[in-house]
Design a protein around this ligand. Structure first.
Ligand SMILES: Cc1cc2nc3c(=O)[nH]c(=O)nc-3n(C[C@H](O)[C@H](O)[C@H](O)COP(=O)(O)OP(=O)(O)OC[C@H]3O[C@@H](n4cnc5c(N)ncnc54)[C@H](O)[C@@H]3O)c2cc1C
Length: 354
């Protein structure tokens, strides 16, 4: 701890944070069935009571009087990458396992990273350090990589009070808040990562061996896959010039889908697709989530269902965009679960509800 406090760094290392998260998770191992994918959720009735039934990849089914869905957001993969069929084009969610699989026989000659986010910049850096001879090209649609808004005033959007403030706001006011808060988390990069990347490129240029490139104003218009390469057609958005470049791998760091009515958003989590007629949707066609994170059912006998970490549309940036409010949200959801279970089963001891 003393060494940690003495670090000349504003942010902890990802590695250190990952170790911390793993340590926390180990404390809950006995409550988790790892290696089990939930692939469908239905509602079944028994003795006049309704239950959720969750089907899984292991064949095991789980029945529940209440359900919390915390699957994280759906990766957003735009055209033309969404049409890719091979393993050489993948979303950042699959970065480490896919990289290990595809570079087993040695370093790739070239890798493209698509996007202008914190993830894209970190991946560009990681690839440049991991593979000392690989050409790494980060293609960014806007002019270049933008500094994240780290104003302490803006970061109050991650305070617990912001959730209630956002939740009671009108849809128009929420969208205005979204526009303001966007640069605190999306399509922008922390200063330390920008500086490190810039210095790395500068040093490569000094050595006349530049192999890391950040190319802004670039739109990828088409993609062609062969067995060992991916060809990208790239257009410079300002000059209109076009080129084709070939890569061994393409990492798509284009973000995630939120709940919402927009073209990059989704009306409900895909796992709930079989149940959409059981839930209420707002005038924009999006699932209605109440302030305690419960999804509003069309039938009052439907067992309670809560969304955890999927509610940026209704609860603001602190909900899905960061870890900051995770524990408070978990408490709110736990209170909701206990309340609903004790209401249905009045004899149940509060601490015994699971
Ligand atoms: C590259 C990157 C960097 C980030 N950096 C920061 C940061 O510096 N600080 C910060 O505060 N936040 C950061 N975030 C955001 C933070 O990671 C998220 O807010 C947080 O992880 C959300 O937690 P979650 O539990 O809701 O979802 P997730 O962490 O996405 O966890 C969801 C889990 O559900 C599992 N799952 C999904 N579907 C199923 C299914 N059908 N069956 C079974 N399991 C399933 C997934 O495998 C996953 O383990 C970052 C995010 C990314 C992508």
């Amino acid at each position: 701890m003393i060494e940690h406090l003495n670090l000349p760094a504003h942010y902890p290392l990802r590695k250190e944070y990952a170790q911390y998260v793993s340590w926390v998770a180990q404390n809950f191992d006995h409550l988790v069935d790892y290696g089990t994918k939930a692939d469908r959720i239905g509602v079944v009735s028994e003795s006049g009571e309704q239950f959720y039934e969750v089907g899984t990849s292991t064949g095991r089914r789980y029945r529940a009087r209440s359900l919390v869905l915390g699957t994280g957001r759906t990766p957003y993969v735009p055209e033309p990458f969404s049409g890719a069929t091979g393993r050489r084009v993948f979303h950042l969610n699959h970065y480490l396992p896919r990289l290990a699989e595809l570079t087993r026989d040695g370093e790739p000659a070239s890798v493209a990273v698509i996007g202008g986010s914190q993830s894209a910049a970190e991946l560009t850096l990681d690839l440049s350090k991991r593979f000392p001879t690989t050409r790494v090209r980060n293609l960014v649609r806007s002019y270049s990589l933008r500094l994240k808004d780290t104003s302490p005033f803006s970061d109050e959007g991650y305070f617990p009070e912001f959730t209630a403030y956002y939740n009671q706001a009108s849809p128009e006011a929420r969208r205005r808040l979204d526009t303001y808060m966007r640069a605190t988390n999306y399509s922008s990069v922390d200063g330390d990562v920008l500086d490190e990347l810039y210095m790395l490129i500068h040093e490569q240029r000094l050595d006349k061996e530049q192999r890391t490139f950040v190319d802004g104003s670039r739109a990828v218009t088409a993609l062609r896959e062969s067995d060992d390469k991916v060809a990208l057609d790239i257009r410079e958005a300002v000059t209109g010039e076009s080129e084709t470049d070939e890569f061994d791998l393409v990492v798509v760091a284009t973000g995630f889908r939120d709940l919402g009515p927009g073209p990059h958003q989704e009306s409900h989590p895909p796992l709930l697709s079989g149940l959409v007629d059981r839930f209420s949707f707002d005038e924009a066609g999006v699932l209605v989530v109440d302030s305690d994170y419960s999804v509003r059912g069309t039938d009052e006998n439907l067992p309670p269902l809560f969304l955890n970490g999927l509610c940026e549309y209704t609860h603001g940036i602190g909900d899905a965009g960061s870890f900051s409010l995770l524990s408070l949200r978990a408490q709110t959801i736990l209170d909701g679960v206990v309340k609903s279970v004790t209401r249905e089963l009045p004899g149940l001891v509060r601490g015994g509800a699971q």
